[in-house]
Design a protein around this ligand. Structure first.
Ligand SMILES: NC(=O)c1ccc[n+]([C@@H]2O[C@H](COP(=O)([O-])OP(=O)(O)OC[C@H]3O[C@@H](n4cnc5c(N)ncnc54)[C@H](O)[C@@H]3O)[C@@H](O)[C@H]2O)c1
Ligand SMILES: O=C(O)C[C@H](O)C(=O)O
Length: 332
């Protein structure tokens, strides 16, 4: 029997990531090839005409899984009945703007969209925040939507996770699909800690530690970390625009694994509400290694953390605490 359609909200759908993301969702990349979808696309009034153009293209693409499109600038209409919300909409940093100015605009957007989601989304709606500052926007959304379970509010660090897989695969000249269990700890920012201490590569039928195969601790503790931390900036420098196709693809990976589960023996990185695991202060949205099963994520427990890693985990947590304080000062 055909499945009922799932309603997926994409905010900022007229933007760059939105334009890459909506066809992926309509093709089944996010929820699987047998899952019909109804797309809800939200943008702001100045982008309404462009949003309508995206809707026209979705119709023209005749996606068999796409059972409807809502394209609107009305946040209530956009949020009504949605099962999944991918929050890409936000205010980009412009020339001459201070960090606090951008933070102030974005946290107030996330505060008001939190209320709309809380009141109008389907029960058990899963939320993924992509827009920067992603962890702090997600935290504000969580704080102002208290009736949405905290487990349902996450942010995107899967792009950083995939970037780390990509770097290891290039360095070792192996298929990216044979590399697994890297970890992104902390903030989706340049303080994030890409950690390969537990990562493996499948080689000649067995799983071998990445550390041993790379056999260059200086590179793993130096250049590798910097490349992953700075990859977003490198894309902006090269394209004069921030990453879009890789961000859209990572958003699909994040939701797909959350809903459909991670493969046995594999974890992924997700920004989730910290419960004190690995001595990260509770009350932050922090990226951890997680496994997913039956629509729920669980932080992987018991991984050893050496002194080098401990410092990195703490530094990115400290930045998130500062961002949290700044966000609250913007809202007060
Ligand atoms: N977490 C990640 O891995 C990651 C990766 C890449 C980009 N990003 C972030 O994703 C966000 C979007 O990137 P983009 O390149 O698509 O930007 P973009 O400027 O092309 O698109 C953003 C869209 O959001 C819309 N928007 C603004 N305010 C809105 C509101 N209140 N409600 C709904 N829509 C609104 C804009 O009109 C625009 O169409 C940025 O914040 C970017 O920094 C995050
Ligand atoms: O938009 C940015 O600042 C960069 C983006 O978050 C990325 O990681 O590519």
């Amino acid at each position: 029997m055909a499945k009922d359609p799932v309603r997926v909200l994409v905010t900022g759908a007229a933007g760059q990531i939105g334009y890459a993301l909506v066809p992926m969702i309509a093709r089944g990349v996010m929820l699987g090839p047998d899952q019909p979808v109804i797309l809800h696309m939200l943008d702001i009034p100045p982008a309404a005409e462009s949003l309508n153009g995206v809707k026209m293209e979705l119709v023209d693409a005749a996606f068999p899984l796409l059972k409807g499109v809502v394209a609107t600038t009305d946040v209530v209409e956009a949020c009504t009945g949605v099962n999944i919300a991918v929050m890409v909409g936000g205010f980009p940093r412009k020339e001459g703007m201070e960090r606090k100015d951008v933070m102030s605009k974005n946290v107030s957007i996330y505060k008001s969209q939190a209320s709309a989601l809380e009141k109008h989304a389907a029960a058990n709606c899963k939320v993924l925040v992509v827009a920067n500052p992603a962890n702090t926007n997600a935290l504000i959304l969580k704080e102002f939507a208290p009736s949405i379970p905290e487990k349902n509010i996450t942010c995107l660090t899967r792009l950083d996770h995939n970037r780390a897989l990509g770097q290891i695969s290039e360095r070792l000249n192996v298929q990216v699909s044979d590399v697994k269990n890297v970890i992104i700890w902390g903030n989706h920012s340049s303080t994030q800690y890409p950690d390969v201490n537990h990562a493996t590569v499948t080689i000649q039928g067995g799983e071998k530690p990445v550390k041993g195969l790379v056999a260059d601790d200086e590179w793993l503790k130096g250049e590798f970390i910097t490349i992953v931390q700075q990859r977003g900036a490198a894309i902006i420098k090269a394209r004069k625009l921030s990453s879009a196709l890789s961000a859209a693809s990572a958003a699909c990976d994040h939701i797909r694994d959350w809903v459909l589960g991670t493969p046995e023996g594999t974890w992924v990185s997700m920004g989730v509400y910290s419960d004190g695991s690995y001595d990260v202060s509770p009350g932050l949205i922090y990226s951890f290694p997680v496994t997913c099963c039956n629509g729920d994520w669980k932080i992987v427990q018991g991984l050893s953390i050496d002194e080098f890693s401990r410092k990195k985990l703490d530094a990115t947590a400290a930045e998130l605490s500062e961002e949290k304080a700044l966000a609250y000062s913007c809202l007060s």
